[in-house]
Design a binder for this molecule. Structure first.
Ligand SMILES: [Zn+2]
Length: 309
């Protein structure tokens, strides 16, 4: 990661943390809503911004100056258009700010369950999209946050900062620092196993937590707690177990790389991949590998953590 990249990610992080603070001031229940049931946000923020779930975003609200959010976690490229969000700012008092979140097939199925009174579990993506769009709302309507964006001369940089801050805001809201500390005692010296365990326990924390946070989001978030130069990585194994594909590396400074080839050390470590966690020490640090986890579709996942000395 280059210095300018680090500076960019620091600016994104600073903006996002101010957004989290503002959200908590505006709505003291915001923090709890994010942890237990982010669907409550639509209700609690009703007077600020209308959040609506729609089958299609293409309707009369869709304007050239609106913000469209395409989320793709890198796991499944065909799902790029499954769920989109849209923030449409109100330009005068006669209109209201609106957020639209498009349903994916899965949400529609779950919605039918909700109508029937069954317990429902929406995928992480839905909540991430709601919060990402709420991030646009905050940055577009709060004078101080808007000023940060305006004070930068390049429009392209502004846009990148705003988008980056929306994603970071969603991540910090769904996995707040306090929540991470509470549910991972090893946070100051965690290994790949701790990340995998956190993900697994978060999935089953359903009684108090409706929201399911994805393996991708958890792996990325843990990188924040590594020393400089460290990273977490998510690896997807082919069915025969021989072909490892690195989905992303998330660096401690906030940067991420997608789909890059494995390094020599990663390849050596992945040769030991199996049912138990393994590790590999080098002169510069320790690399740990989680035990195999089988996800939906029988996909086998591993997490790598690189912790420099
Ligand atoms: Zn966006």
């Amino acid at each position: 990661m280059t210095d300018s990249n680090s500076a960019f990610h620091r600016a994104v992080d600073a903006q996002a943390r101010r957004m989290v603070e503002l959200a908590r001031v505006l709505h003291p229940e915001f923090e709890q809503d994010c942890i237990t049931d982010p669907d409550m946000i639509a209700k609690h923020w009703h007077d600020d911004v209308r959040i609506r779930f729609v089958d299609s975003l293409v309707d009369s609200w869709l304007r050239d100056d609106a913000y469209v959010f395409y989320e793709n976690d890198g796991e499944n490229r065909s799902s790029l258009n499954d769920l989109l969000g849209l923030f449409s700012p109100a330009f005068d008092k006669r209109h209201v700010h609106r957020i639209q979140v498009q349903y994916g097939k899965k949400e529609r199925r779950e919605e039918r369950k909700r109508i029937n009174g069954d317990r429902i579990r929406y995928p992480m993506r839905r909540y991430f999209t709601i919060l990402h769009e709420l991030g646009h709302y905050l940055q577009q309507t709060d004078d101080d946050l808007a000023e940060t964006l305006m004070s930068i001369s390049s429009t392209n940089y502004n846009k990148r900062l705003e988008e980056g801050a929306c994603n970071r805001f969603a991540s910090l809201s769904l996995l707040p620092d306090a929540y991470m500390r509470k549910h991972c005692r090893m946070l100051h010296e965690f290994t790949a196993k701790n990340v995998a365990d956190f993900f697994k326990s978060d999935q089953s924390r359903g009684v108090h937590r409706v929201c399911r946070v994805s393996r991708q989001a958890v792996t990325r978030r843990f990188a924040d707690f590594l020393p400089e130069g460290g990273y977490t990585a998510l690896v997807r194994m082919a069915e025969d177990g021989n072909d490892a594909r690195l989905v992303f590396r998330a660096h401690a400074d906030g940067g991420a790389e997608y789909g890059t080839p494995c390094t020599f050390d990663e390849r050596r470590l992945l040769e030991t991949a199996g049912r138990v966690p393994t590790s590999r020490r080098t002169e510069e640090g320790t690399m740990t590998l989680s035990a195999r986890q089988t996800g939906k579709g029988g996909i086998r996942w591993h997490i790598i953590v690189w912790r420099p000395y």
